[in-house]
Design a protein around this ligand. Structure first.
Ligand code: ATP
Length: 214
């Protein structure tokens, strides 16, 4: 059994600036892992590397036992990135159906709408959603392919407290069901409350890895 995510001595240098500095860690299957750190710590850069959008300058990365971006890795990953594109003249349910069409074994549109708490707005135009509703639509899109690995970049930005709690309860259930969830957060408090494991970054360096209690 291989780790779901494995980094060995990963460094990313951009225009002479070291953004990620010699990072090594592994994430085992299942559970909810938070990547925590202040602005500029390198969290989004690290997620981009895991998704195969950017490449490390040095070091080795595998996701689901494959190099990032490999088709066999990509079909297993669902991702929520900050500011997903919203097509202007498309409704929530149509957007979800469009995303489902990319996958071999998608979840049903009804299941995704229910999971993301979008039943009331399923027939509205996506561009009219509130900030918190947009985050939930992004979550539904990330779940469209029933992914083994869920990657969420600051997924609760713009949600009110009730929506946050509901969202994290769903994410934790996914983590307990054997999916591997990795999310980024500024707030160590929010991360420690919901994650089973924390990875703390500062200025591109690994500060700590472990259970929130530690
Ligand atoms: N393409 C790039 N060229 C140069 N510098 C970059 C590039 N992308 C990111 N950076 C720098 O790398 C650092 C890390 O950025 P990153 O977005 O990964 O941090 P972050 O931890 O996600 O921050 P935030 O919490 O603000 O989203 C920042 O100082 C940023 O300015």
């Amino acid at each position: 059994m291989y780790p779901v995510v494995k980094l060995e001595k990963v460094t990313k240098i951009e225009k002479g600036k070291t953004i990620l500095d010699d990072l090594s860690f592994e994430i085992e299957k299942g559970g909810v892992t938070a990547l925590v750190g202040p602005n500029g710590a390198g969290k989004t850069t690290l997620l981009s590397i895991l998704l195969g959008i950017r490449r490390p300058t040095r070091g080795n990365v595998t996701v689901a036992g494959r190099p990032p971006g490999h088709p066999e890795a990509r079909v297993k990953i669902g991702a929520v990135f900050q500011e997903a594109p919203f097509i202007d003249y498309i409704k929530v349910r149509e957007m979800i159906d469009l995303w489902r069409a990319f996958y071999r074994k998608p979840l049903t549109a009804d299941a995704l709408i229910e999971m993301a708490g979008l039943s009331d707005v399923a027939d509205q135009y996506a561009r009219r959603l509130s900030g918190g509703q947009k985050r939930r639509l992004e979550f539904a899109l990330a779940m469209a392919g029933d992914p083994d690995i869920l990657i969420l970049d600051e997924p609760t930005n713009g949600m009110d407290d009730a929506a946050k709690t509901r969202f994290w309860e769903i994410v934790c259930r996914l983590g307990r069901s054997g999916r591997t969830v990795l999310f980024t957060a500024h707030s160590a408090e929010e991360a420690a409350r919901w994650a089973t494991r924390l990875i703390v970054l500062n200025a591109g360096r690994l500060v700590a890895v472990g259970e929130p209690s530690a």
